[in-house]
Design a protein around this ligand. Sequence first.
Ligand code: HAM
Length: 419
Amino acid sequence: MTFQAPKGVPEYLPPRSATFLAVRTAFATMALNSGYSYIEVPVFEDTELYARGVGESTDVVTKEMYTFADRGGRSMTLRPEFTAGVMRSTLEHGLHNGQLPVKLWTTGPAFRYERPQAGRYRQLQQFNVEAIGTEDPAVDAETIAIAWSGYQALGLTRVRLLLNTLGCKQCRPAYRAALQDFLRALDLDEATRARIEINPLRVLDDKRPEVQAQVADAPLITDHLCASCKAHHDRVRTLLEDLGVPWEDTPRLVRGLDYYTRTTYEFDHPLLGAQSGIGGGGRYDGLSEDIGGPSLPGVGFAVGVDRIILAVEAEDLAREVPPRVAVYGVPLGEEAARRLFKLVHELRAAGVAADMAFDGKGLKGAMKGADRSGAVYAVILGERDLAAGSAQVKHMESGEQTAVPLGELVGTLAGRLAG
Ligand code: HAM
């Protein structure tokens, strides 16, 4: 019997896995440069955290969670996203009692039991940034700019930023009521009518053309904002303009998670078909209180690493496969293999990426290995070289070969590669 990876779980094998790391690195570099610290949070949490944090009426909570009882009978859920866990950890460890905002980033898999298709997976990879304890619209713009710069660093040119605001505790209820009044008068099926009462905003997001046609004239949140939400939204847009980050005002944008307030946005890539959302985020000023904490605002985003890889490939930007190592050892004979094994270890310790041929391969097979590794130099050690106390150092591209005393090999190679 052979096994296969679970349905809807993508794997990233070499050489494609290099793009996976490049994507993570692009965003991590920007987060670190912006003063965000790394946080490692659990892969599973108390189910109640997500029910309360992400929202009982969301698809994520009602249909997509990987929930199980542990052996102690506790209900646990594999994280469907990071934000609730990062907020829980911040509150539990009192990070918000220090300097604010608390700026954190994290990355890894999240789990949603969705119907798998291209770009939609059950184990999905996110890169996540959160700033907790600030209401400053500059931090909304800062987090957006981190995501934007990550896409730019990868060379993506087709990314669109769809920007909206959802108002706050003060102004959203009146908007919600106005929207419900409008929706109740429409000709909708029963499930959709039920949604009007629970989460009317979600009806705006219904993709069916017959629904879209009817909601075309629905009231917009942007016409119902209170003065402070309007000022906040204007300031975010001014700062984005200053940074040269382009956006499209999208007053109907609705997110799939319930904690959002004020700024909300999605990044979209037009070459990805149905699963075109390559990132999303916004403000969640009520999340802390929803999960039993004090009043503590926050803002952040997650980008989808899997989909960004697809976007990088769709724009034909897939990186050249990086060389695995800089030096590759080619030993001829058992004694040479022993000596080279130690030299390769010393090279690695000196910071030079090195590998060697194993299994007593002959010259031809071992040189093929050197070629495939992408090494700049091959170090060939035969019996005659051993007797002479030196090795042949071959520059793979030019074919130029010189004898280097074994005692000077590590220093010589480290020097040549650095120079
Ligand atoms: P989200 O929009 O649910 O937001 O997910 C963020 C990104 O994760 C999406 O834009 C998409 O690229 C990717 N993604 C989501 N589901 C899948 C899937 N099934 N397969 C592949 N990729 C997927 C959040 O998760 C929020 N926690 C973001 C946030 C952070 N808001 C504030 N802080």
